[in-house]
Design a protein around this ligand. Structure first.
Ligand code: GDP
Ligand code: MG
Length: 163
């Protein structure tokens, strides 16, 4: 079995965009699962000679706060069980929000390596602003733009170091 890298975070931060960039032209496999965790996407990625599985999480309704909190918590618990590395994605265009803090609290309470991905860092100003996420208490911070690809190489270098 290949090592597993999971992508977690609140809706709209760009998890699926990052997932698509990491798996490139390879095709995602969609798994229907129980409860609010339906709609998980599995793909394969390759970097610096290492093959690994990438899992994109999502599938809960973003319009209801309680459902969303429960959904994210469930996703994070599954990710913690099945992953070797977790990519916790936040959105530097929006800045820190309550849900980011909730996810950070869950992720800080365990031993799996967590990389904090400050997505939508499309330009220098946003790359600078990414330092605000140090407040979440996760030290391995990577500003990336999943849309234009900036920073994803640095992120992947670190991911494969941890596999
Ligand atoms: P998810 O809900 O976390 O899976 O987020 P999506 O991948 O669906 O992206 C949500 C929105 O953010 C979409 O409109 C994306 O085009 C946009 N987005 C994702 N990554 C980036 C990025 O690096 N830069 C910018 N400017 N927008 C992005
Ligand atoms: Mg998504």
């Amino acid at each position: 079995m290949l090592p597993v890298v999971s992508i977690v975070g609140r809706p709209n931060v760009g998890k699926s965009t990052l997932f698509n960039r990491l798996i490139g032209t390879r095709k995602a496999i969609v798994h229907d699962e129980y409860g609010v965790t339906r709609d998980r996407h599995y793909g394969e990625s390759f970097w610096n000679g290492r093959d690994f599985t990438v899992i994109d999480t999502g599938g809960y309704l973003p319009d209801e706060m309680n459902v969303m909190v429960v959904g994210i918590r469930e996703q994070v618990h599954i990710a913690l069980e099945e992953s070797d590395v977790i990519l916790f994605v936040v959105d530097v265009k929006d800045g820190i929000n309550t849900l980011d803090k909730a996810v950070a609290n869950l992720l800080r309470q365990q031993d799996k390596p967590v990389l904090l991905v400050s997505n939508k860092a499309d330009n220098e100003e946003r790359r600078m602003n990414s330092t605000e996420f140090y407040e979440l208490g996760i030290e391995d911070l990577f500003p990336v733009s999943s849309i234009n690809g900036t920073g994803t190489g640095n992120l992947l270098d670190r991911v494969v170091e941890l596999l």
